[in-house]
Ligand binder design. Structure first.
Ligand code: AMP
Length: 466
């Protein structure tokens, strides 16, 4: 087996690797590092969890260890699709370049231009950026890309999903023709193939196995769930989720819960919080400082459950996540692979559980087809959430609210995040949140119709508060 010491890396880099506790290079590292050190272009087909970040940071640090950057002329450029991923690459640099004197700057949105300008003016060896922010700086005349010796494109397939390919092409055009390019993508869509054919020169191509098929350390399961009534699906699904979390007990040290939509990320996080779970949301609409804080908390173990959208979570390196939950079956089967790849990393054990409603069964079939494996069916941990006979015409006003009160109360808070305007009333926000939408639409008091006084639907505490 190849060792890091066989790879011609700078001895100071080797020392930092040793301190990070890594013994042997992963396959993408063993393939990419020697080619990169020879100055060749690299096309790495690998996803997060394979060690691909180090496969470009280690040779980059080695190559840049000699020489100095001039003002406003970075010597290398690393492009990442999201701010979080860029921040993570920057952290990797800090770890591996601990003993090498290199300057770096992180150009991401949500951070003031002024601070970033100061860094660029001083001269940076490594510039880590999202494409939009980089071009903003360029257009303001603050950045010159003529001295870029190495350009890294990370997660190109995600760049494609996010519409960044024209920006990437433009940036390629702004850097010298003689630059070295290290290009990474989890998949090779035709558009990505075209870019690599245009901008890479005779690259060393390294393809590593998909993590979902390679990693046998991830235990997978799915709960096939049908709500008792369509309009209660959200509420009941959240109950199933809590049941699944509870069933894991101590084994669940930390978890990421994926939802397909940002509104659901907010709703699920809020709902869990109301039930005293240590949870927080992360998605692209939250402001940068909040995203950074949440992520830091999750990384350092202060936050136990991260509720996330695919884009926000893509590429995040959070070592040792014990569990992944798919609150929704992802729309693209490849996203399932990315999601569950958050657990069971670098040989650790992990568990990934999906909740699948009848509407998503086709999508779930596509997932099983992609990973060429049948995912074991799990029992629904919530007995009462199983399809129940619903007595639609029974007056609900007489129903005791106490048994299910807390669920509805919490979900009404959570559902108030939902932005569907057609379902909100013109009344005050307090009365809007007084009754859950699920509840309001389905549990109308028969006989009173739309004229039901709103307090009838309130719990005692809610009435006191209103
Ligand atoms: P990445 O694919 O770059 O997101 O890395 C996935 C995880 O593997 C990160 O937590 C890295 O710190 C870790 N890692 C990277 N290289 C190695 C290695 N050679 N041995 C063990 N773990 C590694």
């Amino acid at each position: 087996m190849t060792k890091f010491s066989d790879l011609n890396l700078n001895t100071k880099v080797l020392k930092a690797i040793d301190e990070a506790g890594y013994e042997n290079p992963t396959p993408i590292q063993a393939g990419a590092i020697p080619a990169a050190l020879e100055g060749r272009d690299v096309l790495g087909i690998a996803q997060t969890g394979t060690g691909k970040t180090a496969s470009f940071t280690l040779p980059l640090i080695t190559a840049l260890a000699r020489g100095r950057a001039r003002a406003r002329m970075p010597r290398s450029l690393v492009l990442c699709p999201t701010r979080e991923l860029a921040a993570q690459v920057a952290e990797n640099f800090d770890t591996y370049a601990k003993y090498v004197k290199l300057s770096k700057a992180l150009l991401i949105g949500g951070v003031s231009f002024k601070e970033q300008d100061i860094l660029i003016d001083k001269g940076v060896d490594v510039l880590i950026a999202t494409p939009g922010r980089l071009l903003d700086h360029f257009e303001r005349g603050k950045l010159i890309l003529n001295d870029v010796k190495v350009m890294v494109v990370d997660e190109a397939d995600r760049m494609l999903d996010m519409g960044f390919i024209p920006d990437i092409e433009r940036i390629f055009g702004l850097t010298p023709f003689t630059r070295q390019t290290l290009f990474f993508s989890a998949t090779m869509a035709p558009e990505i193939e075209r870019i690599t054919n245009t901008f890479l020169s005779n690259p060393e191509r390294i393809e590593v196995a998909r993590q979902a098929t390679a990693s046998e350390t991830i235990e997978q399961g799915v709960v096939m769930f049908k709500a008792s009534r369509k309009d209660r699906e959200g509420t009941e699904k959240r109950k199933v989720l809590r049941g699944l979390i509870d069933a894991e007990g101590e084994k669940l040290t930390n978890a990421i819960i994926f939802c397909n939509r940002k509104t659901d990320v907010d709703i699920v996080a809020k709902s869990l919080k109301s039930y005293k779970y240590d949870a927080a949301p992360i998605h692209g609409d939250l402001d940068q400082s909040q995203r950074t804080r949440t992520l830091e908390g999750f990384r350092n173990g202060e936050l136990r459950i991260l509720v996330a959208s695919d884009v926000a979570a893509r590429g995040l390196d959070v070592p040792s996540v014990s569990h992944v939950f798919n609150f929704d079956v992802p729309g693209h089967p490849e996203d399932y692979v990315h999601r569950i790849g958050r657990t069971g990393r670098a040989g650790r054990e992990g568990k990934a559980i999906t909740i699948c409603v009848p509407r998503d069964e086709k999508q779930f079939d596509a997932v099983e087809k992609l990973i060429q494996k049948e995912i074991p069916r799990l029992d629904n941990p919530v007995k009462s959430a199983k399809p129940a006979e619903v007595k639609e015409d029974k007056p609900k006003s007489t129903r005791s609210r106490s048994s299910s009160k807390s669920e509805e109360k919490v979900d009404s808070t959570a559902a108030s995040e939902d932005t569907k305007p057609s379902r909100s009333r013109s009344s005050s926000s307090r009365s809007r949140s007084s009754t859950s939408r699920d509840d309001r639409s389905s549990n109308k008091v028969v006989g009173l119709g739309d004229h039901t006084p709103s307090f009838i639907g309130l719990s005692f505490e809610e009435r006191m508060a209103s």
